[in-house]
Ligand binder design. Structure first.
Ligand SMILES: NC(=O)c1ccc[n+]([C@@H]2O[C@H](COP(=O)([O-])OP(=O)(O)OC[C@H]3O[C@@H](n4cnc5c(N)ncnc54)[C@H](OP(=O)(O)O)[C@@H]3O)[C@@H](O)[C@H]2O)c1
Length: 292
């Protein structure tokens, strides 16, 4: 099994490089080797590697910056995934691709299911939705995993930002009226490996079912709730005063959905995989720093 992985230095990509390695030969590519802002260059790399499956963990993830760089966000997130999928088709490979809760407008009172109508509020969400469509349109064996609020001990994320702010500020104001499921990148990588493991055949990859699957950690919280738990578990809660505010008091270039909770039911039904609760994942993530 030859597994071509993009975005190897990202939160999810870095974990995938580890969790996929027992399943085959992982050929992990960073931006230097596969630049998704230049879709026309991707085909020759894929042809050369001849993978059985391509895992696309590369993405333009700067949600606010995307509002002022819509073309770049659209090329990387909207066009490149379809180009990669078309190249996969040319060589008979399958594909696992990642997407986001931000394809929804957040007005649903209950957790989103995979086939709920999409209606992204921001450029990032629109570009990711376009990417999903590009992959699906090729008709290749595919799994698109929609996740949310990814955190880890590397890169840019809410967990590291809160820890840094708590060390430097007397007061931190955090939005309390956006609900979601924070998700540890390692839980995503382990879930992805589980899916792939069940899809291996002697002729390559044949997913139990192609399509979109939600994959976020269990439970729900607001950014404020998440921040509070981060600081409690990191021993930083007494360092700073955490203040809950409504979104209206924290304007950002990109509008974000109010409720972006994802239902993981389909993932469990089809691939028999249960994601951990976000609080358990957070604790394990923080503990993993101590074991390094
Ligand atoms: N982060 C979240 O909260 C979140 C939420 C929902 C869904 N997702 C989705 O989950 C997936 C994984 O995201 P993540 O959290 O691992 O993001 P991340 O930590 O920001 O990693 C993204 C990776 O993509 C790479 N990248 C960016 N532009 C590129 C380009 N033009 N060509 C090649 N590589 C490029 C980055 O490379 P460099 O290392 O060189 O910068 C980085 O390694 C993405 O599909 C994302 O849309 C993420």
């Amino acid at each position: 099994m030859r597994i071509l992985l993009t975005g190897k230095n990202g939160q999810v990509g870095w974990e995938l490089a580890h969790s996929l390695s027992p399943l085959g030969t992982v050929i992990a590519m960073g931006r230097d080797q596969m630049d998704l802002s230049k879709p026309e260059t991707l085909g020759s790399v894929i042809q050369k590697v001849q993978p059985d499956v391509i895992i696309n963990a590369a993405a333009y993830t700067a949600v606010d910056k995307a509002e002022s760089e819509p073309e770049l966000a659209m090329t990387v997130n909207g066009i490149a995934p379809g180009v990669i999928a078309q190249e996969a088709k040319n060589i008979g490979a399958g594909m696992i691709h990642f997407s986001t809760d931000y394809v929804f407008d957040g007005n649903s009172p209950s957790p989103y299911k995979e086939d709920d109508p999409t209606s992204p509020l921001n450029v990032y969400g629109k570009s990711k939705l376009e990417g999903e469509r590009g992959v699906i349109q090729t008709g290749i064996p595919h799994v698109i995993l929609r996740t949310s609020g990814v955190f880890s001990l590397r890169g840019n994320n809410f967990l590291l930002t809160m820890q840094k702010l708590a060390k430097n500020r007397k007061q931190i104001k955090v939005v309390d009226d956006q609900t979601g499921g924070p998700t540890w990148s390692r839980a995503i990588a382990e879930g992805t490996a589980r899916i792939l493991e069940q899809s291996l055949t002697k002729d390559g990859v044949n997913f139990l079912q192609s399509g979109i699957f939600n994959m976020s950690c269990g439970g729900e919280t607001s950014w404020f709730g998440f921040a509070k738990k981060i600081l409690e578990l990191s021993g930083l809660i007494k360092n700073t005063e955490l203040i809950s505010i409504p979104t209206i008091e924290y304007p950002t270039p990109a509008v974000r959905p109010k409720n972006s909770l994802l239902s993981n039911k389909k993932l469990k039904q089809v691939f028999h995989h249960e994601m951990p609760h976000w609080q358990d994942a957070l604790l394990e993530c923080l503990n993993s720093a101590k074991s390094v």
